[in-house]
Design a protein around this ligand. Structure first.
Ligand code: GLC
Ligand code: CA
Length: 553
């Protein structure tokens, strides 16, 4: 297997609006990130994925770009970005940006021109249809609810897979594609190390725009039309004309890619260095409500999904490993019943995913054990998706209270509350009122309190990062093989990582009760555990609730 710098990296995702506000306007910014570079260096990460900071009306917090070449003034300016790249580099940290090219903003000058002049070249950068009968072209439903079609003043319809302020770009048009490649290379030439590539499996459409069969009146989810045949030509060209020219890291957000196609996406010669696998980043796909379900059955099913994901990715290529991002609830709430959220469970889930084969990603605040926030009214929610879903559900006759409950459990704003730096006002994120509510638990859960506390989630994450990047086990953890073991016991999740010069077992008890595991290997040394002492006698391990042990065999 080929070695690459990005296989050995530990990546940290920053959602800039919520990370650190340097000028006290309530919104996080680039100078805020610069101020916190030493914190990140101390954590030990060496790649930062920065969610979009380009000029944007912020309908979807920057995932709606109105100028790809400019930093949005709320985040700073292009010089700040240059400075960030340079100062990060001084600390051995690379920057990858978010590449959002399935769509832009309706306020992008291309779209403005397209609206004003239906015959302009810019109009051909988008999908416009003008049906004779004047009705919506088909029954496709956007990701954020409602039709993918929005009517213009002159009776045309344009397609948007996400919000109506995010018109999809027409990748069928070679002129547009060239413009995109030029922009990508412009950023790579500035010295960024690559991209996280947004919603990329949406770029190819069924150009017949035919309606799909659905239940009466229902809309057909556009997310079922992803990875449409023919997309490979676009992705090959994209790679050839941009990424391949640089030694860069590309991480595709590519939902809808089945196993058979994974080599094309994330194999050695794939379109991307790796793509996210969304099959194991939550305990249960429903709505993260475990109250009425058999917990241990869910855990066992999750273990199966995790193992399958590892085995598949090991066969064909490389993958990021992650349990949080800006689109999901916080991991303690995703993985545990409310009564089980504590230091042990939080560090256990960290251990399980961090020692897998793949490049680990940490989402800001995850390293502190940040949790979901309770929003009490729809106004508290800032996410465009929450608002479109809310409206849709109200129209369907659902009760506001019920919808809020669901949004609180699975909503994206859970991940977007301000980073909890300290116990002072606004969690030290800003001196002004933040753009989104701060989680009430900031007085207990914050970086300052954890920084010098050996038994904190943060201290534990640092140990995990160091183990991966600076220990004698690095090579085994990065390049070693993955073999599941001892998985016939309810709730025990264990795997062997076998490298050329060492072998380690990562064993966890995903359960609120103790359990015993008799092991056949000889334990040479305990490398790390989230408990101070381990109960091991004659190769019999008594695992305490939510205990993780990493040991050499
Ligand atoms: C991706 C992003 C999400 C965004 C969407 C549209 O899924 O992760 O935050 O809303 O694309 O750009
Ligand atoms: Ca600011």
């Amino acid at each position: 297997m080929n070695k690459h710098w990005w296989k050995e990296a530990v990546c940290y995702q920053i959602y800039p609006k919520s990370f650190m506000d340097s000028n006290n306007d309530g919104i996080g910014d680039l100078r805020g990130i610069i101020e916190k570079l030493d914190y990140l260096k101390d954590l030990g990460v060496n790649v930062l994925w920065i969610s979009p900071v380009y000029q944007s009306p912020m309908d979807d917090n920057g995932y709606d770009i109105s100028d790809y070449y400019k930093i949005d003034p709320i985040f700073g300016n292009n010089e700040d970005m240059d400075e960030l790249i340079e100062k990060a580099d001084k600390r051995g940290i690379k920057i990858i940006m978010d590449l959002v090219v399935n769509h832009c903003s309706d306020e992008h000058q291309w779209f403005q021109k397209a609206l004003a002049e239906p015959d302009s070249e810019e109009a051909s950068y988008f999908y416009f249809l003008k049906p004779e009968n004047g009705v919506v072209p088909n029954n496709w439903r956007s990701n954020f609810g409602g039709s993918v079609w929005e009517k213009t003043a002159d009776g045309r319809f344009y397609l948007h897979s996400f919000s109506k302020k995010q018109p999809d770009l027409n990748w069928e048009n070679p002129i547009l594609r060239e413009k995109i490649y030029e922009m990508i290379n412009w950023w790579l030439d500035k010295g960024i190390a690559g991209f996280r590539v947004d919603a990329i499996t949406f770029i190819k459409k069924d150009m017949t725009f035919a309606s799909r069969p659905t239940e009466k009146g229902a809309l057909y989810p556009i997310e079922k039309l992803i990875n449409y045949p023919g997309i490979g030509d676009f992705l090959t060209e994209l790679k050839e004309k941009t990424f391949k020219i640089y030694d860069c890291m590309t991480v595709g957000e590519a939902p809808g890619v089945e196993f058979e196609e994974l080599p094309k996406y994330a194999g050695e010669e794939g379109y991307f260095s790796m793509i996210f696998d969304f099959t194991y980043d939550h305990l249960s796909t429903t709505d993260f409500d475990y109250s009425s379900k058999n917990y241990i059955t869910l855990v066992n099913q999750w273990r199966e999904r995790l193992i399958k994901s590892q085995q598949i990715n090991e066969q064909v290529g490389w993958s990021p490993v992650f349990i949080e991002n800006h689109d999901q609830p916080r991991c303690p709430n995703k993985f545990f019943r409310a009564e089980d959220i504590n230091y042990y469970s939080t560090t256990m889930i960290a251990t399980i995913y961090f020692m897998l084969r793949g490049t680990p990603f940490i989402y800001q605040g995850q390293e502190l054990g940040m949790t979901n926030t309770n929003m009490t009214s729809i106004e508290d929610f800032k996410d465009v998706m929450a608002h479109t879903e809310y409206k849709e559900a109200i129209a369907q006759g659902k009760k506001a209270e019920e919808i809020l409950k669901v949004l609180n459990r699975k909503g994206r704003d859970n991940a977007r509350t301000p980073f909890q730096w300290e116990g002072s006002i606004n969690a030290g994120f800003s001196k002004s009122e933040p753009w989104i509510k701060v989680n009430e638990n900031y007085t207990e859960v914050n970086a300052k309190a954890q920084l010098y506390d050996e038994r904190s989630v943060l201290a534990y994450y640092k140990k995990l990062v160091r183990l991966r990047r600076e220990s004698v086990y690095c090579d085994t953890i990065v390049y070693g093989s993955f073999e599941p073991c001892y998985n016939d016991i309810d709730g025990v999740i264990a795997y062997l990582r076998k490298g050329t010069d060492s072998s380690i077992i990562v064993m966890s008890n995903y359960n609120s009760e103790s359990c015993e595991v008799k092991i056949k290997e000889n334990i040479k040394a305990v490398i790390l555990s989230n408990y101070e002492t381990q109960d091991i006698k004659d190769n019999q391990i008594n695992l305490k609730p939510y205990e993780s042990i990493i040991f050499e065999v």
